[in-house]
Ligand binder design. Structure first.
Ligand code: GLN
Length: 334
């Protein structure tokens, strides 16, 4: 073997610098989160989702930021106690449930993990590929994921979902009835998606039932604090650092994070990766859950969305915090 002394010292220097890169202190996190809140609270760009009528009525000026560290420390700024519908942030936790029940391969084989480059509710994306849903975070993939939960009937399926979310949150959660009714009355497109999948053998329970359960999961109410606690296990190898409970196997964490990185922002995922460099998942209720692997989760909540359906102020706040603290997982952007 012919290893040069120079290359050994380069490796050592690299190792030492990564060890000495201290995680930000709670005080630093608080300061930066407050700065982010102040900087973007009057940013009125974007618009509430209105294809679900009840979402259009949510006050647009709500804005909260929560950070939960891998040690369970919590930083809260702004509207962190206001309940909002979890929407597509839920897709992460249903994916975790299916992986815990049936292993990770079932996601790869029956859903797939490829970006669609198309809108989250695209039907074209299903037809464009091989009939599978493409990934667990577009609506098609999330409805398929729901259909993969082992259950004899919709009640059992729903109970498993709610129990899983509550385990991740360490608290009781309820469905926001007005949101559920509003979406259930108008979700013709999701019903169409479920039918297309079922027709090609890529949905594994009755399409009407799967869509109904999926709609219910999207209507679960969380506040920014609850969403952050739900996600915190993803920054701590599957153990919720607040409740100290193991909520998923550690080996599943990188797989879920990779899916978040590739697909968490739908057809805006590439731009998000470029700007923030963090795995994250958004919901049209205005929530964004971002993970700094092994360190912390950052949740932003603000209802107005960009053209891809991702919260504008939450994105800007998380990007700001990430950049100020140099948290991009691909390396320093300074
Ligand atoms: N319930 C919403 C829908 O099915 C979720 C979409 C989202 O949050 N991107 O359209």
């Amino acid at each position: 073997m012919n290893i040069k002394i120079g290359s050994i010292s380069a490796i050592l220097a690299c190792a030492i610098s990564s060890v000495s890169m201290a995680a930000p202190s709670t005080e630093e996190l608080k300061k930066v989160a407050e700065l982010a809140h102040a900087k973007f609270k009057n940013d009125n760009s974007g618009k509430n989702a209105d294809y679900i009528p009840a979402l259009a009525a949510v006050p647009s000026d709500l804005f909260g930021i929560v950070i939960v560290t891998k040690d369970g420390d919590m930083i809260k700024v702004g509207d962190v106690d206001k309940s909002f519908s979890i929407q597509s942030c839920s897709k992460v936790f249903t994916m975790c449930l299916v992986m815990e029940e049936s292993g990770s391969d079932v996601i790869l084989e029956k859903v797939n993990v490829e970006p669609t480059g198309m809108a989250f509710n695209s039907i074209k994306a299903i037809e464009h590929g091989d009939g599978r849903a493409d990934n667990p975070f577009v609506n098609a993939g999330a409805i398929t994921t729901v259909s993969l939960i082992k259950a004899d009937n919709p009640t059992q399926r729903w109970d498993k979902i709610l129990k899983t979310y509550e385990k991740f949150a360490g608290s009781k959660l309820v469905v926001l009835d007005d949101i559920f009714k509003s979406e259930a009355a108008t979700n013709y497109r999701n019903r169409g998606i479920a039918n297309v999948l079922y027709n090609s053998g890529n949905l594994f329970s009755d399409p009407v039932e799967a869509t109904e359960v999926y709609t219910k999961q999207c209507s679960v109410g969380v506040n920014a604090e609850q969403l952050a606690v739900m996600g915190s296990a993803l920054a701590n190898r599957g153990v919720n650092p607040v409740t100290k409970e193991r909520v998923m196997q550690s080996k599943h964490v990188p797989l879920v994070l990779s899916a978040m990185m590739m697909n968490g922002f739908y057809d805006g995922s590439g731009q998000w990766a470029w700007r923030a460099g963090l795995p994250a998942k958004t919901g049209v209720g205005g929530g964004i859950l971002a993970v700094v692997p092994g360190q912390m989760v950052i949740v932003g909540f603000a209802p107005p969305l960009d053209k891809y359906g991702n919260s504008v102020r939450a994105q800007k706040a998380i990007e700001f915090i990430t950049s100020e603290l140099d948290l991009n997982i691909f390396g320093s952007t300074k």
